[in-house]
Design a protein around this ligand. Structure first.
Ligand SMILES: Nc1ncnc2c1ncn2[C@@H]1O[C@H](COP(=O)(O)OP(=O)(O)OP(=O)(O)O)[C@@H](O)[C@H]1O
Ligand SMILES: [Mg+2]
Length: 322
C-alpha cells in the first residue's frame, strides 16, 4: 500500500532523510519511531505530497507521489504535527468545509461529517468554535478531518502529542479501531505508543532507517538476550574486581560484562548473555567456586526504550566528525 525506495531529502546542505526504503502492507498499522530531528515529519510530508523528495521513489496506493499527487492526496488522510484548523469556525462547520474540499457533497457530506464527529468523539462540541476547544479536542477534530473522505491511507504525525493520559488512551484506541479498513503510519518518539498501538515499527535516526521489524520481534530480539545484575563480595580481604570481571567473562554464553559500581569492598556488574542463553546458574557457580560471595543475582529488564537508545545512538556522528 505504501512503498518507499531510496528516498532522500536535502535541505540546503543538510540531509534530513538519507536513502530510506520501506513498505507498508494494506491494513497494517506501522509506527515511525525516532528521536527529534530524525526525519519523521520530512518523510511524511513527502508521502503526502507536501514536498518533493530530492531523490528516490515513493508510492501510495499504487500512485507515485511525483507523477500523480492528486491521486495520492485523494487516498490519504493526513494529520500534521499541528492540525490544520480554522479557529473561527465551529467544529461541525469546519468538518463540512473539509469534506467539501475533499470532494464530498450533498447527503454524503452531511452523513460523513456526522459519522466522523461521532467516531472521534467531537459530536458533543459540533457547535463550538474551534478556538474554544482544548488541545485534546482539537487533536480529535484533526483526526476527524483526516478520515472524513474515508481514505485508504492515514498518515498521522505524533497524533497523541500534548494530550493528557486519558486522551492518549482514547486516541490510541481510536487509531487502532481505524486499522484494518485503513493503512496507517503514525510517527512518535514515545516507545509505549508503538508497543501499544502498532503492529510493526520502523526506527529512524539521523535520516536513516536503523531497524524495521514487528513490535514483537523487536522486543523479543532484545529481551532474548538477557541482562543479569551480579553483586560480588570477597569472603575476606580485598576484592579484585578485575579478576571477577575476567571470571564472569569466561562463562559460556556471556557476551559482555560491565562493572557498574565498586564500593565498600563489593563490586556490582551487569552481565549480558547471548540470545537464548541462560547464564545465571553458571555465573553463580563461577563466583562461588572462585571463593567469592554472591550477594545478588537478578534479571535486569531490558525495555524497548533501551533497544531504541542502542539503535539510535550507535549511528550518531560524534561532534568531531562535523
Ligand atoms: N524546512 C526545513 N529547512 C531546513 N531544515 C529542515 C527543515 N525541516 C526540517 N529540517 C531539518 O531536517 C531534519 C529532520 O526534521 P524532521 O522535522 O523531519 O524531524 P522529526 O523526526 O519529525 O523530528 P521531531 O520529532 O522533532 O518532530 C532536522 O534536522 C531538521 O532540523
Ligand atoms: Mg516531526
Amino acid at each position: 500500500m505504501i512503498k518507499v525506495e531510496g528516498l532522500s531529502k536535502r535541505y540546503a546542505r543538510h540531509v534530513a532523510v538519507d536513502n530510506i526504503s520501506f513498505e507498508v502492507e494494506k491494513g497494517k498499522i506501522v509506527g515511525f519511531l525516532g528521536p527529534n530531528g530524525a526525519g519523521k515529519t520530512t518523510t511524511m510530508r513527502i508521502l503526502t505530497c507536501f514536498m518533493p523528495p530530492s531523490e528516490g521513489f515513493a508510492e501510495v496506493a499504487g500512485f507515485n507521489v511525483m507523477d500523480a499527487p492528486m491521486e495520492v492526496k485523494r487516498r490519504i488522510g493526513y494529520l500534521p504535527e499541528t492540525p490544520p484548523l480554522y479557529p473561527e469556525m465551529e467544529v461541525g462547520e469546519y468538518l463540512t468545509f473539509v469534506g467539501k474540499l475533499k470532494g464530498l457533497s450533498g447527503t454524503d457530506l452531511a452523513k460523513r461529517a456526522e459519522e466522523v464527529a461521532e467516531r472521534c468523539n467531537v459530536a458533543d462540541v459540533r457547535n463550538k468554535l474551534i478556538s474554544k476547544l482544548s488541545k485534546g479536542y482539537r487533536q480529535r477534530v484533526g483526526l476527524a478531518q483526516a478520515i472524513i473522505h474515508n481514505p485508504e491511507v492515514l498518515i498521522l504525525d505524533e497524533p497523541t502529542s500534548g494530550l493528557d493520559p486519558k486522551q492518549i488512551i482514547e486516541t490510541r484506541d481510536l487509531i487502532k479501531s481505524l486499522a484494518g479498513d485503513h493503512t496507517i503510519i503514525l510517527s512518535t518518539h514515545i516507545l509505549p505508543e508503538v508497543e501499544q498501538t502498532c503492529e510493526s515499527v520502523i526506527i529512524i535516526a539521523n535520516g536513516k532507517v536503523v531497524a524495521r521489524d514487528s513490535v514483537e520481534n523487536l522486543t523479543s530480539r532484545l529481551r532474548g538476550a538477557e541482562t543479569v545484575a551480579v553483586e560480588v563480595e570477597p569472603r575476606s580481604g580485598e576484592l579484585d574486581s578485575g579478576a571477577v570481571q575476567a571470571k564472569l567473562e569466561q562463562v559460556s554464553g556471556v557476551s559482555r560484562v560491565v562493572l557498574k559500581d565498586s564500593k565498600t569492598g563489593r563490586s556490582y556488574f551487569e552481565v549480558e548473555s547471548l540470545q537464548g542463553r541462560s547464564v545465571r546458574a553458571e555465573l553463580a557457580r563461577a563466583v562461588i567456586e572462585s571463593g567469592w560471595n554472591l550477594n545478588e543475582l537478578r534479571g535486569v529488564n531490558v525495555s524497548l526504550e533501551d533497544i531504541f537508545l542502542q539503535l539510535t545512538s550507535a549511528d550518531q556522528p560524534s561532534k568531531g566528525d562535523a
